[in-house]
Design a protein around this ligand. Structure first.
Ligand code: MF3
Ligand code: CO
Ligand code: CO
Length: 249
């Protein structure tokens, strides 16, 4: 308890810039997400865009992660490593971008479709986007972190999809990952209080089948155990005295 950092208004200025750049990377890469592109080509484009904006791609060499963004295709939940895989029509792909700009971290991801996708894929993506929106709406200054997962689970239970439990949102700021752990499901606990000066992410991962996960032999790629599709959206948030700011909008 009480180990969540509270930042000042100068930090907020830095985080606004980092969040804005992370969002700009996703906007920049979107038109390149096409049939035939390899995930490593997307990685290189994002890498060059980030460094040309005087920032550092935070995943690169983070705990040994070998690339500058995460690319998670179809049944990959998160932390997919860019490689020579060529995107094909019907794939869904999550691009997760984290930039370090002057020491401040901006972290955001979206799931995109490639060519023509199934109804299931587009429904899963729209449902996941809505789950993030509902999670954000549950954030109130002086509310509780537990409210976020409660709101997401109330919605997802009705949709017949499942919420990944093994990966969570996180505190962020002048570190990539800090306290607290932000749950996307209802653990039955209210959790810590949400206070002005906090920065954190919400990043629900929603599976078409079981919530169960496993990590491939590369030590990073998290996949659904039942091979079902998985989608994710992420924003970085700042809490102020009377509101919540989405820094990556
Ligand atoms: N961006 C991811 C998150 O949302 C973390 C990626 S860590 C990496 O927290 F090492 F896989 F890049
Ligand atoms: Co994150
Ligand atoms: Co991220």
């Amino acid at each position: 308890m009480g180990n969540i950092k509270l930042y000042d208004s100068q930090a907020l200025e830095g985080m606004r810039k980092a969040g804005k750049l992370a969002k700009a990377v996703l906007d920049y890469i979107e038109p390149y997400i096409q049939e035939g592109k390899t995930t490593n080509e997307l990685n290189i484009l994002c890498h060059n865009f980030i460094i040309s904006n005087n920032a550092i791609p935070a995943p690169l060499n983070y705990n040994g992660f070998p690339k500058s963004i995460c690319t998670s295709v179809n049944n990959v939940i998160c932390h997919g490593i860019p490689c020579e895989y060529k995107l094909k029509s019907g794939d869904i792909i999550n691009i997760d971008v984290t930039v370090n700009l002057s020491g401040w971290y901006g972290d955001t991801n979206r799931t995109f479709t490639v060519g023509k996708c199934t109804k299931l894929a587009t429904t899963l993506i729209e449902t996941t986007r809505k789950a993030l929106d509902l999670g954000i709406s549950a954030v109130k200054p002086f509310g509780y972190f537990g409210d976020i997962g409660k709101a997401i689970q109330k919605y997802i239970d009705k949709q017949g999809f499942s919420i990944v439990r093994d990966y969570c949102g996180h505190g962020i700021g002048n570190v990539f990952h800090g306290a607290p752990t932000v749950l996307h499901y209802d653990s039955g606990e209210q959790g810590e209080q949400i206070l002005p000066g906090m920065f954190f992410t919400i990043e629900p991962m929603i599976n078409a089948g079981s919530y169960k996960t496993k990590v491939l032999k590369d030590g990073w790629t998290a996949v659904t155990v039942d091979k079902s599709l998985s989608a994710q959206f992420e924003h970085t948030l700042a809490v102020t005295q009377d509101s919540v700011e989405i820094l990556t909008l």
